[in-house]
Ligand binder design. Sequence first.
Ligand code: AMP
Ligand code: ZN
Ligand code: FE
Ligand code: FE
Length: 271
Amino acid sequence: MIDLHLHTTFSDGTFTPTELVKTAAAGFSAISVTDHDTVAGVPEALEAKAALGTELMVIPGVELSCEYLDREVHILGYGVDVKNQTLLDVLQELENERIERIHLTVDKLTRFGLPLKFEDLPITGLPGRAHVARAMVAKGYAVSVSDAFSRYLNPEKPGYVARNKLLPKDAVELIHQAGGVAVLAHPALVKMELTDSLLKDVPVDGIEVFHSAHLPEQTLEYEKFALSRGLIITGGSDCHGPKGKDSLLMGTIDLPEHYFKQLLRAMDGIA
Ligand code: AMP
Ligand code: ZN
Ligand code: FE
Ligand code: FE
């Protein structure tokens, strides 16, 4: 199996990179660590792979949060050089903005009548709204993480704080100069039609066609679009760790091998 969209404790996932690699080594041939706005979890994943002596391929990745026409657009970067200084400088700025934003989020919710402290959030790496959501569930302010998002943390809700985000075209350029391949993540979640004019402003090399939130008909539509334009096709579960008792998104998406090989060729071409 091949899963190229996975989060760890370095952003808002709950598996450490070591746990992720150990879990994947059992049934996967390739994975990618794609944390939000950071590549800091990649070295641990590569060390865990080496320590296990597994054949599993571990692709360095990142998922950059961008904004386009008031919508959140995520751009995946595959095969980036995790020591690229320009990339690291931008990621440091994004980290600082995330810390500031989550402080403001906690203050806003506290003023709204739902007291929270930044220090009490279950943050292990770069902070995100998911950490606030988990703390809200623990405090009994929400019944689930998705309930916390829909009532308090999504745009226009009482705990929402806007953030300066990258423009998609700047994110693509950042990934390219770090030797990576840029891919538009989960187009169904962007709620924007895939068109050639969108690609002018979001000039990615590929589309994440296979994703756990895509309906079968959406997967087919995106695959057709990508194939007709010669774009790279990727896929991943977007697993953030175990969900509830036994359920895990990892293992629900398997990128066909021939698409993965095209991505590897493109990574070679750019690096
Ligand atoms: P942030 O990057 O801090 O703006 O938080 C956005 C992230 O939170 C997304 O990329 C998802 O990983 C997660 N997220 C957003 N909405 C939900 C939801 N309804 N349920 C669970 N996780 C969510
Ligand atoms: Zn996330
Ligand atoms: Fe995403
Ligand atoms: Fe993701």
